[in-house]
Design a protein around this ligand. Structure first.
Ligand code: 1HN
Length: 347
């Protein structure tokens, strides 16, 4: 059992004196610093896509992508309001690019992921290569990579942005530069990275160039096909159904250094066993309908709804129809420093 030492008048007078010298007693705060279990302000929460979509379209009539630089509504965790955080370590937002718009080129030390929610055919350019995006595609913008987005289709395009903003903030390592051109020059063929790095092949002398996967679009049709094939094996994990992680083909490690990205399939009627882990996770229900119990709260989800499971909160998912969940968390960072933990109960 933890205890806090009593605050005697002599001690209080002492604290007040040393306070002026920018010193403070550890024993008064130790229990808050070193908790027996993760103790987070991050709360379970769900955003319905219909609500996000309606607000985004309203934003679309109030400001252009160009003026906003990025027309995004931040998904703020109710326990962390005003901090631009979906979890303690991660930022999430939904971005809208209207037909004919360009979100201008820039680069920054924060890594970004996109998970496409609605629309087909808008593009993003990363380090001189364009990729066209479709629903369910997972697209990477590595740290300090030039990137701009454009929509030459006749329909609005919506995607989820995930960034490691709070981590870079914590490290005081933020830099951003704006490109002189609205759109960066394109020097590579469309599909070049995917051909070079995404066909279970690597250039013979490739030794890697940094911690981020050189594949920057993991298209949903290929991911979905793999899940469909694996579902036929019937080899479902009790806690996860079928759950795969996106990888960097050069290293086999997570696709991104700061954010782990995952895709899972739950067959119709499947109920997962109680699970908890130290990496607070942001989920997107890409397909299907179901319910998740997070701690002692229930959340019903349908296509494109987004929800948060905080660190060390027990979660169970139940799928009413065959469902596919995309998710991301800070797991790669926790694994690197050795603190990542999971609790599978007895499953
Ligand atoms: C950013 O660069 C994008 O490139 C989206 O689409 C969201 C949030 C904060 C800072 C930079 C993008 C962002 C962002």
């Amino acid at each position: 059992m933890q205890h806090a030492p009593a605050e005697t008048p002599e001690r209080k007078a002492f604290y007040a004196r040393i306070d002026k010298q920018n010193m403070t007693p550890l024993w008064a705060v130790l229990n808050d610093l070193i908790t027996p279990q993760p103790k987070s302000g991050c709360q379970p929460v769900l955003w319905r896509f219909d609500d996000i979509r309606a607000a985004m379209l309203e934003a679309g009539s109030l400001i252009t992508a160009k003026e906003a630089e990025r027309r995004v509504l931040i998904l703020e965790n109710p326990g962390l309001r005003g901090q631009s955080k979906a979890t303690t370590s991660l930022y999430a937002g939904v971005q809208l690019v209207m037909p004919g718009e360009v979100a201008p080129a820039h680069r920054h030390s924060q890594s970004a992921l996109r998970f496409v929610l609605e629309g087909k055919g808008a593009h993003t350019a990363v380090d001189g290569e364009r990729t066209v995006m479709s629903p369910g595609d997972f697209v990477i913008t590595p740290y300090m990579a030039w990137h701009d987005h454009g929509n030459q289709t006749d329909a609005p395009m919506f995607w989820l942005d995930g960034l490691d903003i709070p981590m870079i903030q914590m490290l005081d390592a933020s830099f951003v530069e704006r490109h002189e051109a609205e759109e960066q020059p394109i020097g590579k063929l469309a599909g070049e990275s995917s051909a070079r790095f995404g066909a279970n092949l690597l250039p013979v002398d490739h030794r890697g160039n940094g911690p981020t996967s050189p594949i920057f679009n993991y298209p949903y049709d290929r991911t979905r096909e793999a899940l469909a094939q694996l579902a036929k094996t019937g080899a479902f994990d009790a806690c996860h159904g079928i759950k795969m992680r996106y990888t960097n083909p050069v290293t086999g490690d997570h696709a991104m250094p700061t954010m782990g990205t995952f895709i899972q399939l739950l067959p119709k009627g499947f109920k997962t066993a109680r699970y908890r882990s130290t990496d607070a996770t942001i989920f997107v229900a890409m397909e299907g309908n179901g319910r998740s119990r997070i701690g002692d709260e229930d959340f019903a989800w349908g296509p494109k709804d987004i929800f948060v499971v905080p660190s060390w909160k027990a979660v169970t998912h139940e799928a009413d129809s065959e469902s596919v969940l995309f998710s991301f968390s800070d797991r790669p960072v926790q694994e690197k420093i050795g603190v990542w933990r999971e609790d599978r109960g007895n499953a």
